[in-house]
Design a protein around this ligand. Structure first.
Ligand SMILES: [Fe+2]
Ligand SMILES: [Fe+2]
Length: 401
């Protein structure tokens, strides 16, 4: 929680939330970097405090803090005329983290990737602006490797065969009631879910629906497939840590489906299923060893967005982890692709990735920084105007876009 106060009328009053978030990101990056550089706890604290204040030094109310931080960062003392080598190193780390975070904050507008940012930092280090060892420590990310995610993915429950069957069948717009009966088979839990959905107010049948065949005729086989896939996947999100992720996935699924129906650029059924699965990468990341998830939690608690926290810790984010999960589960390639690009719609022509981006953004999940550029690209890809989006009941309930 930010407790800074400013003189009345100081323009920072309005800029503060964004500035404070920037400072928190820089502090988080700086602490992570200082750990990787093997600095002691006091050095880590000094860098973190300096990072939290690095845009506030000019304020008179901070002058005492400034003096203390400069002392700590630069190691000034009455006897020393020059800062020590270690102090210069710490200041350079702060400058590096500040630039790194700025580049990350601009990425949604400049459509740059982690790889672009790293290569820019390496070029600057080669030109003498930064310490190459610090750039490498930030870039190489020893905390989590893609291999760690792959090994976590290999320990995830096997993707429910029945959900996969439902997804495959749902991709065919001509699927039949007999296929639904075949999928549900003798599974009473799934059969119960389908019947409950068919008798729910969402479908309001005039009579009690009692068989899967009736349900499939009444709801339509494709809707049955969505209910089956959702019911088969839900148990994976049972732990309290990831339960909110399930609610979010359901919401994004519904929004993506509504958008697909409106745009006509993708099958609403496929959009729904992709929405359901779009954040499976986050599910995988939560299954990393506790040592890593606790670091991840700390970054989130410090105000970092999930995408930023993931990038700092791993050098990749849940979209990449999601692709790994989708491949492991042998999901259709189109679903893996949409998952991989659901935060970067500009990187693909795929309309479903854009549908997911819009649904993700409008759900208010705040997983990433908002980007007017990406938002417009995604709208253009799916052929929907802002006015149209605002007039859609599923979206207007979330605010004005
Ligand atoms: Fe996401
Ligand atoms: Fe999401």
């Amino acid at each position: 929680m930010n407790t800074q106060t400013y003189p009345a009328g100081f323009q920072g009053e309005h800029e503060e939330p964004a500035l404070m978030l920037h400072c928190r990101r820089v502090a988080s990056a700086a602490v992570e970097l200082s750990k990787r550089m093997g600095w002691n706890v006091d050095e880590q604290r000094a860098v973190r405090e300096a990072a939290m204040e690095h845009h506030h030094f000019a304020l008179p109310s901070h002058s005492r803090m400034l003096t203390r931080l400069v002392d700590e960062m630069w190691g000034y003392s009455p006897a020393a005329s020059e800062p020590s080598e270690e102090s210069v190193e710490r200041m350079k780390a702060l400058e590096l983290c500040c630039l790194f975070v700025q580049r990350w904050e601009f990425a949604p507008y400049e459509c740059t990737t982690w790889g672009d940012i790293v290569s820019e930092l390496r070029t600057l280090a080669a030109d003498g602006f930064f310490e190459p060892s610090q750039v490498e420590a930030l870039a190489v990310v020893p905390s989590v490797q893609l291999e760690d995610v792959r090994s976590v993915v290999s320990k995830l429950p096997v993707f429910p065969a029945v959900a996969l069957k439902a997804i495959r069948v749902a991709q065919n717009p001509m699927c039949t009631a007999a296929q639904i009966e075949d999928i549900v088979g003798s599974d009473p839990v799934l059969a119960g879910e389908v019947l409950r959905a068919a008798n729910s107010p969402a479908y309001s049948p005039g009579m009690r629906i009692q068989s899967i065949r009736q349900a499939a005729m009444f709801m339509g086989p494709n809707d049955c497939c969505k209910v089956i896939a959702a019911a088969a996947l839900r148990p994976m999100f049972q732990s309290p840590l990831v339960r909110p992720l399930w609610n979010h996935s359901m919401e994004v699924a519904r929004l993506a489906e509504a958008l697909a129906r409106e745009s006509g650029k993708s099958s609403p059924d496929e959009a729904f299923l992709c929405g359901l699965l779009h954040d499976v990468g986050r599910l995988a990341l939560w299954k990393l060893p506790v040592r890593l998830t606790s670091q991840y939690t700390t970054l989130l608690q410090n105000g970092c967005e999930p995408m930023f926290a993931e990038t700092i810790l791993a050098g990749f984010d849940h979209t990449v982890a999601g692709r790994e999960v989708a491949l492991r589960w042998a999901l259709p390639q189109s679903i893996a692709h949409a998952i991989e690009f659901h935060h970067q719609p500009e990187q693909t022509e795929d309309a479903v990735a854009s549908l997911l981006y819009l649904a993700e953004h409008c759900s208010g999940s705040a997983e990433d920084l908002p980007s007017a550029t990406r938002f417009q690209i995604a709208l253009d890809r799916v052929g929907i105007t802002r006015q149209k989006l605002n007039s859609m009941p599923a979206f207007s309930a979330h605010g004005k876009w």
